[in-house]
Design a protein around this ligand. Structure first.
Ligand code: FES
Ligand SMILES: [Fe+2]
Length: 397
């Protein structure tokens, strides 16, 4: 596969290099396939997990649970301002150190026998410690690799990641740093669980072919003679990641309420200095399952975390710069998240049906046309990651 495809003159041309082969349907429901993805991808790739605005000062921390790893992770800003990540597990007998989702303090005190850990992961003190044949140095909480880009926090569960985060993001890191999210101080989110494979859940947001049919209700259907399906104007690919440039409908069919709110959002984006920018129409899709859209008036991210072959958890976030300092700003921000929620409500049912239709195994292959090229690119990179992992396993055996 091409690692760095050049800029093409049309989206159709941009995806041609990936071919037109049918895609094996079992990749979207088979537990054995999922187990390969879990080990080859999720247990050793950079996973987006939060934003630095959640750790505004030394001593703040957040907890994130990852079902695919049976793990709970603590992400902490230490006294020195550094962000570190650890497993949420005591090195005495494994007890989870915290149950809260976030907090602020200076140490993690295990509730079982009161082993006390610093925010650098070291054991500070433990009652009657001289009865153990251990040194404190032996008792550090297991670390997790962590790094940031554009204010977004990524972790990697591989104890020795084969790429740095920058290497993983490739040429897109620079573009992402120009997004409003890099300066965000606030966000709102909603989380959902769905009975669908992570790729089916994620791919729904990688193609516009369905907009016209599924999103009539919320009025985002891009019905315009110039572009009947609202297809993107450009695709780019870099390694396992990809972008698309969102088409701008010259005559969007929106309700007066939407018009009012988009107007408000545009006004606030202008005040925040983010209304325009080199990536104001860019959708960055970062392997395996994160995307962020640069559009300032609807600047949002979506992350899909797999739970099993046919169940996933998704997190939508809308990021902002600065406090809600007026009722209309508050209203505009609430509306942005509510409208994403509305659109997503239309998607959920169809995603469920897409999954259910595959479960019998009667459908052997699925098909992506050229304007579903981002979905094909994800599949090809999943296969590539599995192949690489299997080759490494073979070497080790
Ligand atoms: S399990 Fe944590 S102190 Fe005993
Ligand atoms: Fe949709």
């Amino acid at each position: 596969m091409n690692e760095h495809t050049p800029v093409y003159t049309s989206p159709d041309e941009a995806v041609a290099w990936m071919g037109t082969d049918p895609i094996p349907a079992k990749a979207y429901y088979d537990p054995e396939w999922f187990e390969l993805e879990r080990q080859a991808i999720f247990m050793r790739t950079w996973i987006e997990i939060g934003h630095v605005c959640e750790l505004p000062e030394p001593g703040t921390w957040i907890r994130r649970d990852l079902e695919f790893a049976n793990a709970s992770i603590l992400i902490v800003r230490g006294k020195d301002g550094q962000i570190r990540a650890f497993y949420n597990a005591c090195t005495h007998r494994g007890t989870q150190l915290v149950e809260e989702e976030s907090g602020r303090g200076s140490n993690f005190l295990c509730p079982y026998h009161f082993w006390n850990f610093g925010y650098d992961g070291r054991l500070i003190a433990a009652p009657d410690f001289n009865r153990f044949a251990l040194t404190k140095e032996d008792c550090k909480i297991p670390k997790v690799s962590v790094d940031t880009c554009a204010g977004l926090i990524f972790i990697n569960l591989d104890s020795n990641p084969k790429q740095t985060l920058r290497e993983h993001l490739g040429s897109y890191a620079e573009g992402m740093e120009t997004l409003p999210v890099a300066r965000a101080t606030h966000f709102a989110e909603y989380t959902y669980e769905i009975d669908a494979n992570w790729k089916i859940t994620y791919d729904n947001f990688q193609e516009n072919y369905h907009l016209r049919h599924v999103h009539g209700l919320t009025g985002i259907a891009t019905v315009h003679p110039d572009n009947l399906y609202g297809y993107p104007t450009k695709y780019t690919f870099d390694g396992a990641n990809r972008t698309q440039e969102i088409w701008s409908n010259p005559e969007p069919k929106i309700t007066p309420m939407q018009g009012y709110n988009f107007g408000l959002a545009a006004k606030f984006a202008q005040e925040e200095g983010v209304l325009t920018g080199p990536h104001a129409r860019t959708y960055f899709a970062i392997f395996p399952s994160f995307f962020i859209i640069g559009t300032p008036v609807q600047h949002f991210s979506h992350k899909v975390y797999p739970i099993s072959a046919t169940r996933s958890r998704g997190v939508f976030r809308v990021y902002w710069i600065g406090e809600d300092d007026s009722a209309s700003k508050r209203y505009s921000r609430e509306y942005a998240l509510a409208s994403i929620h509305d659109i997503h409500t239309e998607d959920v049912n169809i995603i469920n049906r897409a999954q259910k239709g595959l479960l019998s195994g009667a459908i052997k292959n699925i098909h992506f046309m050229n304007m579903e090229g981002l979905c094909r690119h994800l599949y090809l990179n999943v296969v590539k990651a599995i192949d690489e992992w299997q080759a490494e396993q073979g070497k080790r055996a």
